[in-house]
Ligand binder design. Structure first.
Ligand SMILES: Cc1ncc(COP(=O)(O)O)c(C=O)c1O
Length: 380
């Protein structure tokens, strides 16, 4: 179910044209119900750990299906930051390993900041910058990646501009030089049909806040299974141990699978929400969502062209996702003017960010375009 058929599950549409899923997916009645179930179970059963651990494994399975990975290749995290910090903690920069981390200029702050934090351990960070049109072609990565490179970070879709990287080619370049490749897919998962094997990445990460329609505090990290025996995260916790309930403090014996990238007590309330919200995405199907959203994006582009707006995000499906960024002369004023008309968008840099998802309909696009016509002076 998607479009008009699913909209009733999201009460926000009763009063708002919601185009801000790149910041936070809309709250559904199902997710609200899931939180109540968690509280009811807690009330009824007290410490319901067996069930809560089972729910964590269900979330692992859900993330695996979304990424077309095996559950044994998925860590359940509380954030992208946790997963990325665990990855770099397994890279021996200060012990004679490769020292270079290559990051795109479009990485989310947390990825850039974690990379630069590794300078304290002897790493060197190289930034790959965009062309004037905002794209970052794989050739720019090829110039930065070499035999010193440990890790290449290429976000799947830029949270700042909506550009989609050619992740498959960037991962191939990394592999050619013996480097690992991480695709932060937060701005893609749930709206784009992803397949970690087709992408050829070593790591992929994301969370439930945006197009997975859940709440803060739940994420995942995919780790390609072949890597696992050689990767020992030193940022860890008891839920990463090979036997969580042995409670053994005599050594470090992480799980053989990607659970070694888990950490402490799982974020149980958020897992309830995430399971409910991921079910909405799975029922619709990511391939169907991607096609449906693609049609809305196309309609938006046509309307923006008619308005003479300067659209920063490419139009071709292979080079964009669900996020369209439009230049504005005063983006804060534009976001506020739209909000006053109960149209929720957001901004980054000088761009208005318009995010489309399975619950949006053509009328949302038309309402936004009509409002932009009224506020044409605020377009760039
Ligand atoms: C691309 C991307 N990565 C990561 C994050 C968030 O990272 P974390 O889960 O560590 O807060 C966001 C948004 O909040 C994002 O858009």
């Amino acid at each position: 179910m998607l479009g008009a058929a699913i909209r009733g599950e999201f009460p926000i549409f009763e009063h708002t044209t919601y185009l801000n899923s790149c910041s936070q997916g809309a709250l559904s009645t199902r997710v609200r119900r899931a939180y109540r179930e968690y509280l009811d179970g807690w009330d009824r059963n007290g410490a319901d750990w067996e069930h809560w651990v089972e729910r964590t494994e269900a979330a692992r399975g859900g993330f695996a299906r979304l990424m077309r990975a095996e559950p044994a290749e998925i860590a359940v995290t509380t954030s992208v930051s946790q997963g990325v910090s665990a990855i770099v903690s397994a890279l021996p920069f200060e012990r004679g390993g490769r020292t270079r981390i290559v990051i795109s200029e479009y990485e989310f702050p947390t990825v850039g900041q974690i990379a630069h934090a590794q300078e304290l351990r002897g790493a060197e960070v190289v930034h790959v910058r965009p062309e004037p049109d905002g794209s970052i072609p794989p050739e720019r990565f090829a110039e930065a990646v070499d035999e010193r490179t440990a890790l290449v970070c290429c976000t799947t879709i830029s949270y700042r501009t909506g550009h989609r990287h050619d992740v498959t080619e960037i991962a191939r370049i990394a592999r050619e030089h013996g480097a690992l490749c991480l695709a932060d897919s937060y701005q893609a998962v749930g709206a784009i049909d992803l397949d970690v094997r087709a992408l050829g990445v070593d790591f992929a990460t994301g969370g439930t806040v945006k197009y997975l329609l859940g709440s803060a505090g739940l994420g995942f990290l995919y780790v390609r299974s072949g890597l696992l025996p050689g990767l020992l995260p030193t940022q860890t916790g008891w839920f990463a141990d090979e036997d969580i309930f042995r409670m053994d403090i005599s050594d470090y014996s992480p799980a053989a699978d990607a659970r070694r990238f888990d950490a402490g007590t799982p974020p149980v309330p958020n897992i309830y929400a995430g399971l409910a919200s991921m079910a909405i995405i799975e029922e619709a199907g990511t391939a169907t969502i991607e096609r449906y959203v693609g049609d809305l994006v196309e309609r938006l582009h046509e309307g923006l062209d008619e308005l003479g707006a300067s659209v920063f995000t490419p139009r071709e499906p292979a080079r964009r996702g669900p996020l369209v960024c439009v230049r504005s002369a005063d983006v804060d004023a534009l976001v506020a003017a739209l909000a006053a008309e109960r149209i929720a968008c957001s901004s980054r840099d000088d761009n208005l960010r318009i995010a489309l998802h399975l619950y949006n309909v053509e009328e949302d696009v038309d309402a936004l375009l009509a409002a932009l016509l009224r506020h044409r002076d605020l377009l760039g």
